[in-house]
Write a protein that binds this ligand. Structure first.
Ligand SMILES: Cc1cc2nc3c(=O)[nH]c(=O)nc-3n(C[C@H](O)[C@H](O)[C@H](O)COP(=O)(O)OP(=O)(O)OC[C@H]3O[C@@H](n4cnc5c(N)ncnc54)[C@H](O)[C@@H]3O)c2cc1C
Length: 432
């Protein structure tokens, strides 16, 4: 998680603390009271915070194009969503544990009865049911059972709506102040309803596959023509693409994130797709003329923090797509913003997609330089290689996109050269 605070972070902290502030007069302050009173207070406090976090984790998953920027882009927002969900789970566990322990000084029977009262105490049992639903959908997310299958994991995630409903009901029955919980509940459950039911019907742009151009073995560029209004986007942003082609062997109707490789002024939307699994494999043979639905755009890859500095772009493998979009944008605008040096890291020349086009842009556009690096012949990218081709690389604002191992290597290399983290923007093509 980046350390710089975004406006959305502040709104989130306020929304999280508000229910606690509102409840404080009722909760009181245990002060010098005994352990039992303190544990009861902790139990209620963690319950309030845990439920608020659950609802807010759902609220931030709304995926409304543009709103992700308040949080520094969708990738960062997803990490925030994961952490909120994880912390909510911990707090909910602490809530039950502390309330049970609070009754121990009275007697063990009292502790058991607090946690497992007769069934007539519906509010408590609603809490347990919410906890069970939480366990069902959170367990695979946190790798307890290894890397989950993405589509199955997404379907299982829908159980979160049940956990939220039951948790909210539990909270409404027990909390003294309900208006705020209703608001948070509407935000959390409303986000799920929007994402799953409303947005697929009203917020997707229909496009048709105009052409499928092969870039290399297992890599194609889809050229998409808008059927109606075209999606407005900036260089480096990404979309969710759902193909509707009946002949696809996998992934029909599934939404997958892909970076837009075209420039903002292009009449077509161009998307470079590498065969990395079932759906992306099937897309290599998508039928020209078939329809796709596009949702977005998301992200702010080129969000500049130091506009006065020149730029260093480093792309690896299919992670070159945001830079292709950036280079095409430069061509459309006729000039680069300051000087831009793009390094393309690939295993060997035939795995450097788009290299002829990038070479040609570098020849044509002043201020745009393109260097290729092949790990098969040259090994890992080194500081010496960067310095030889771009002597002032440590002074530039740096954008990195590639496989996780490449990103990690570059982060270390750049940190060793004293480049502050704030000057490095990076994206990996993986949300899990
Ligand atoms: C912001 C972003 C931009 C991307 N841009 C590109 C691009 O320009 N070109 C390109 O070839 N690939 C891109 N990808 C990767 C692309 O989304 C995955 O390769 C594709 O979703 C794999 O699906 P699959 O069924 O073929 O493979 P699977 O075997 O199902 O998945 C392989 C891995 O891809 C990830 N993945 C799968 N489905 C999704 C999903 N719906 N949402 C998020 N992650 C998923 C998971 O980590 C999974 O483990 C991008 C990913 C992200 C997050």
């Amino acid at each position: 998680m980046r350390r710089d605070l975004k406006p959305g972070d502040i709104a989130l902290v306020v929304a999280l603390l508000l229910p606690l502030l509102v409840a404080l007069p009722r909760l009181g302050w245990p002060g010098g009271a005994g352990a039992g009173v303190w544990l009861g207070w902790i139990g209620r406090t963690t319950g309030i915070l845990g439920l608020a976090m659950m609802l807010l984790a759902a609220a931030v998953s709304i995926r409304l194009p543009g709103t992700d920027r308040w949080f520094g882009g969708l990738a960062r927002l997803w990490r925030l969503h994961h952490w909120l969900g994880f912390l909510a789970f911990i707090l909910v566990m602490a809530h039950a544990l502390a309330l049970g322990l609070a009754a121990v000084p009275a007697s063990l029977d009292a502790a058991v009865a607090t946690l497992f009262p007769p069934l007539s105490h519906g509010a408590v049992w609603l809490g347990w049911l919410a906890w069970a639903a939480l366990v069902v959908f959170l367990a695979p997310t946190f790798d307890f059972f290894g890397q989950p299958h993405y589509q199955r994991w997404k379907r299982l995630h829908l159980v979160s709506a049940v956990a939220l409903l039951l948790g909210l009901w539990h909270g409404l029955l027990l909390a003294g102040e309900t208006a705020l919980w209703w608001l948070l509940g509407i935000a959390g459950l409303g986000a799920i309803v929007w994402r799953k039911l409303v947005s697929p019907r009203v917020a997707r742009y229909p496009y048709r596959v105009e052409a499928v151009e092969t870039l290399a073995r297992g890599v194609v560029e889809l050229v998409l023509r808008p059927e109606g209004r075209a999606l407005a986007h900036e260089a480096g942003q990404f979309v969710y693409l759902s193909p509707l082609d009946e002949t696809l062997t996998a992934g029909r109707g599934e939404e997958h994130p892909y970076t837009i490789a075209s420039g903002p002024d292009d009449d077509f939307l161009r998307i470079g797709i590498k065969d990395l699994g079932d759906a992306s494999h099937a897309l290599q043979a998508v039928t020209p003329g078939s329809r796709v639905l596009i949702e977005g755009p998301y992200g702010e890859f080129y969000g500049r923090r130091f506009p006065e500095r020149d730029q260093l772009w480093i792309g690896g493998g299919i992670g070159i797509t945001p830079f292709v979009s950036g280079a095409r944008d430069i061509v459309e605008r006729g000039q680069a913003e300051g000087r831009v040096h793009l390094f393309y890291l690939a295993n060997r020349p035939d795995r450097a997609y788009y290299r002829d086009e990038l070479d040609e842009i570098a020849e044509r556009v002043e201020g745009f330089t393109f260097t290729q690096h092949y790990s098969r012949d040259q090994g890992r990218l080194t500081e010496a290689f960067l310095r030889e081709h771009c002597p002032d690389f440590t002074e530039r604002e740096i954008y990195v996109c590639g496989p996780p191992a490449m990103n990690a290597h570059l982060r270390r290399l750049l940190a060793d050269q004293g480049v502050p983290r704030a000057r490095i923007h990076s994206e990996v093509f993986d949300f899990l």
